[in-house]
Write a protein that binds this ligand. Structure first.
Ligand code: TXA
Ligand code: MG
Length: 334
């Protein structure tokens, strides 16, 4: 295996990436949330390659990444809510689900049989430059094997997908760290299907209407495709809301751990190096979100009995962090 598919995201490599995408191949691109595995959203064969590379069930739809509102409006019917949200939050970590536009050219496979595609304009210069260079929307799920933690670094993309991806545009660690907020605007009510950095309160402020949040971990009604209870899983089980550390456990900390006990070492602060990672020493939720997936991956490699995770406040982007942690901790469904 070579590392030759991992390249710096400079102008030359963006050009090469666009050529590959036009040929129906796959390129991992940075976005502000996580790295995405991008393909031409109009090309069924390219989209099929995404499902194969990720080992993802093909009933799970893909988000189309656009360079702005104009491109989005070729794919979906904008309503008043959509205009407001796009004007306020695009480019940015917000995905909108809307009714399909007339003559929508999206790959049927990417839609997974739905009449309501999802669109998002990412806030990252490389992603935007790549979409512009391709001249078509790019479908891009997170660039990892299905059911594993989303990649926030180029190295994590390479570890998960290796040479199943034709080119990885490398541009350091992503800023936000959790995937985009997904909001369904296709029905009578506004509903958040996946929480992210754009919170329910932020959406309500702009829309001046009630925004519902459907939490798949606690809601037993039929779930949208992909909103599975167990997702983002590590190999090592997670123990959430931990107030101490049991024997054989690693620790994913949040805030100060001065007074936290460890069964084996007395105090958590005396645990061996590498078995404790702190999402944010100062208790900053945005910093914690940006570190979440890379720290989960790093602690997974320790091969501990389980990972104790300290409580995370359920406000702001903390709602998204808790959503990902809850689903990573959910028992395997057979
Ligand atoms: O931040 C993000 O959104 C990242 C970056 C790369 O843009 N992308 C991402 O895509 O997280 P993915 O495929 O890993 O997660 C998208 C989720 C899936 O659970 C999928 O089922 C759901 O969104 N989804 C996509 N389109 C949908 C649609 N039209 N209706 C309902 N759910 C949809
Ligand atoms: Mg994903």
């Amino acid at each position: 295996m070579t590392l030759s598919n991992l390249v710096p995201a400079n102008a030359e490599m963006i050009g090469r990436a666009a050529e590959l995408i036009r040929k129906g191949l796959l390129v991992a691109m940075p976005t502000e949330t996580v790295y995405g595995l991008a393909a031409n959203a109009y090309d069924d064969r390219a989209v099929a390659r995404i499902y194969t590379a990720k080992g993802r069930p093909s009933f799970n739809p893909l988000i189309s990444h656009v360079s702005g509102k104009d491109m989005a409006m070729e794919l979906v019917e904008f309503n008043a809510w959509a205009h407001r949200l796009a004007d306020s939050f695009w480019p940015g970590p917000l995905t909108m689900i809307l009714p399909k536009a007339k003559d929508c050219p999206l790959s049927q496979l990417a839609l997974a049989g739905l009449n309501t595609p999802s669109v998002r304009c990412p806030d990252h210069p490389i992603a935007l430059a790549l979409i512009e260079a391709c001249g078509v929307p790019l479908v891009a799920p997170s660039a990892n094997l299905s059911n594993t933690v989303s990649p926030t670094t180029p190295a994590a993309v390479f570890e998960s997908l290796g040479d199943k991806v034709d080119l990885i545009l490398s541009a350091g660690k992503t800023e936000v760290g959790v995937e985009s907020t997904i909001v369904d605007l296709s029905g009578e009510y506004v509903t958040v299907l996946r929480p992210g950095a754009i919170t329910v309160e932020m959406l309500e402020d702009v829309l001046e209407t009630k925004v519902y949040y459907k939490n798949p971990a606690t809601d037993n009604s039929p779930t949208a495709p992909g909103q599975l209870k167990r997702h983002y899983a590590t190999q090592t089980p997670l123990r959430l809301n931990a107030v101490d550390v049991k024997k054989g456990e690693a620790l994913l900390a949040f805030g100060r751990i001065t007074f936290m006990a460890s069964e084996e070492y007395g105090a958590a602060k005396d645990m061996p190096e590498g078995t404790v990672l702190n999402l944010s020493l100062i208790g900053d939720l945005e910093e914690a979100a940006s570190n979440l997936f890379s720290y989960l991956n790093a602690l997974d490699k320790v091969k501990a009995m389980s990972i104790a995770v300290m409580p995370i406040p359920n406000t702001g982007v903390g709602v998204a962090i808790n959503d990902r942690l809850t689903r990573a901790a959910a028992p395997k469904e057979q």
